[in-house]
Design a binder for this molecule. Structure first.
Ligand code: NAD
Length: 357
């Protein structure tokens, strides 16, 4: 198979971890006889420094011309501490999602048994958890009109959804539920928000097309609580942009660390694969970042964009073997981990490569 992959490392640890996602794709290409070619582009703070634009036209053109994109993370401490900055790294990410029509963000909560003790939750609560989140990505407060009055005493963000935006992601989530345990939980705040009432109405309508899928509706506050109380009760979770952002960070603790969770953003064109974590200023440039989320994002690319299930499995198996052999990065180590088994980004990436058959 011939594929043209664009790597967008972005900022901070994004640059460190995508190196390993890319190396894994190269190794899979060699082992399975695929011709993967790679190009690179800038985005975020790095792009603002170089061009003044968080998403330069050249990056967008390369993105549109590629078969799939492996992205790292964007963000810089400078902007976190200056909310008034007009040009911001995250504008690049929001724009590329919009331009590529990436409306569905899939976040599998993949729990490796070896990491049961890396979570702050009890192993018996976690064991057997297998959740697939569908987070809507093009609507909600992220894209609604934003306002601030002149004397800085009032601000507002408009939360809005169009019916078609709910319909298209709901169908994707129901389709996925059919291939899994046929259970779907739609999360909203329909007791308070008008957008959520539309969301629930649309999901109820689409649910009639999937009578074989058991559909449940849950309020976001309850879902946030149930997720840590009894995560096994969830299978496919369908939710809006803001609620999905928060719930999936919470769910990262089921998998042990932000450094373990991959995601796929898909729509009608090029797929976009990225860890759920950010640029992590606190550990950037120190060879401390866990590269597994980027490596697992590469596995999602192989599976979802290229339909290479066997190759994707080879990557997740290599990650499982690495963990089984006791290797850990700092974020997933605990008090019983031998110090000699705690690795840096580079060493962990090398271990996974060794385990790829
Ligand atoms: P973050 O995800 O960068 O970090 C949160 C915590 O998790 C930090 O303590 C960090 O050290 C740890 N962590 C994250 N990824 C890790 C990894 N791979 N290995 C080990 N530890 C890891 O979130 P934050 O601190 O809220 O934000 C930092 C910057 O990232 C901000 O500028 C923010 O805007 C940006 N951000 C970007 C994205 C994105 O690009 N998709 C997502 C979230 C935040």
């Amino acid at each position: 198979m011939k594929k043209n992959i664009l790597i967008i490392p972005g900022d901070g640890i994004g640059q460190e971890v995508t190196t390993w996602g890319k190396k894994v794709l190269q190794k899979i290409g060699e082992n399975y006889g695929h011709e993967f070619s790679f190009d690179e582009a800038i985005m975020g703070h790095t792009a603002i420094e170089a061009t003044g634009n968080p998403l330069p036209d050249e990056t967008l053109a390369k993105a549109k011309a590629s078969d799939a994109i492996l992205f790292g993370a964007i963000g810089h401490i400078k902007y976190d501490n200056d909310p008034s900055a007009k040009v911001r790294p995250e504008q690049g990410l929001l724009k590329i999602r919009k331009e590529l029509g990436l409306y569905a963000n899939l976040r599998p909560i993949l729990l490796f048994d070896e990491l049961l003790d890396a979570s702050s939750l009890k192993p018996e609560i976690l064991q057997g958890t297998d959740i697939l989140f569908f987070r809507e990505l093009t609507g909600d407060v992220y894209f609604g009109e934003k306002n601030r009055n002149e004397d800085n005493t009032f601000a507002s963000d408009l939360m809005n959804y169009n019916r078609y935006e709910v319909e298209r992601i709901a169908r994707k989530a129901f389709d996925a539920a059919r291939t899994r345990s046929k259970r779907l939980c739609s999360v909203d705040k329909a007791n308070v928000l008008e957008t959520s009432r539309l969301w629930r109405e649309v999901v109820q309508e689409i649910a009639k097309e999937y009578p074989d899928v058991e559909t449940e509706h849950m309020f976001i506050d309850n879902a946030a609580m149930q997720l840590v109380k009894n995560p096994k009760k969830f299978d496919v979770v369908l939710t809006a942009n803001l609620f999905g952002d928060i719930l999936t960070d919470e769910a990262s603790q089921i998998a042990g660390s932000m450094g373990m969770l991959a995601s796929a953003s898909v729509g009608d064109g090029t797929g976009f694969f990225e860890p759920i974590h950010g640029s992590a200023h606190d550990i950037a440039g120190q060879n401390k970042a866990n590269p597994l989320a980027s490596i697992l994002s590469a596995a999602l690319m192989l599976d979802i964009s290229f339909g290479l299930q066997e190759e994707a499995k080879a990557v997740t198996n290599a990650v499982a073997e690495t963990l089984k052999a006791g290797w850990r990065t700092g974020d997933i180590a605990n008090s019983s981990t031998e110090t000699s088994k705690i690795l840096g980004t580079q060493e962990m990436g090398e271990k996974v490569l060794e385990f790829i058959k």
